[in-house]
Design a protein around this ligand. Structure first.
Ligand code: SF4
Length: 194
């Protein structure tokens, strides 16, 4: 262990660069951080994903490990250093991605509020998808325009619009556009463009 005089201590304490301080004291902060990280994620399963928040599409690594009951526990989410997009970095919003999975305030099932109601109620995915499909069909049937005022064949659905999510890949955006155009939608937008 390095010997530090009282004068050295105050000189070091006056420095703000922590890495310089600890290295002069003979303590390797980088190594300690690596050891701590290793202990936390040692033996964990590494899964690659993409930040869901914006169109930059930063790459993430999620570390999981199964507990005694066999259920996967999320240990850590961090930026992927091998990604050419973010090179391991995440902005403050992306750095909170783990809370999407671990927050006690996370909504875990579809919620429905009927017209005029003040309370939300839980719905199953099957029920909510059926309701969505029925509403889409009803709206399309009611607002479909076969020909415009000049008699041109247009076959469009004017009563619906579609907005793509920020985390859409190019392929997902392509498929979504094809499906919506197939329904006759003409009002399409994409959050990545905003
Ligand atoms: S980490 Fe930040 S910049 Fe990167 S995709 Fe997420 S929100 Fe966008």
């Amino acid at each position: 262990m390095a010997t530090v005089s009282r004068g050295d201590f105050f000189r070091f304490a006056g420095l703000t660069a922590g890495a310089v301080v600890v290295s002069e004291l003979g303590f390797d902060l980088a190594q300690a951080t690596a050891i701590k990280r290793d202990l936390r994620i040692a033996g964990a399963t590494e899964s690659h994903s993409i930040c869901p928040y914006c169109a930059v599409g930063c790459s993430l690594i999620a570390y999981t490990r199964k507990d005694a009951s066999g259920k996967a526990q999320l240990l850590q989410i961090e930026g992927d250093p091998d990604s050419p997009v973010n090179e391991g970095r995440l902005c403050p919003k992306g750095a909170t991605t783990m809370q999407l999975a671990t927050s006690v305030r996370r909504v875990e099932s579809p919620m429905y509020r009927a017209p005029g109601a003040t309370e939300w109620q839980k719905m199953s995915w099957d029920d909510v998808l059926d309701k969505l499909a029925q509403r889409i069909k009803d709206t399309r049937d009611q607002t479909f325009v076969a020909t415009d005022a000049k008699g041109n064949l247009v076959n469009r659905t004017e009563g619906m619009a579609f907005a793509g999510g920020a985390a859409f890949s190019s392929e997902e955006g392509y498929v979504a556009t094809k499906v919506m155009r197939g329904l006759g939608l003409i009002y399409l937008e994409q959050q990545a463009r905003v």
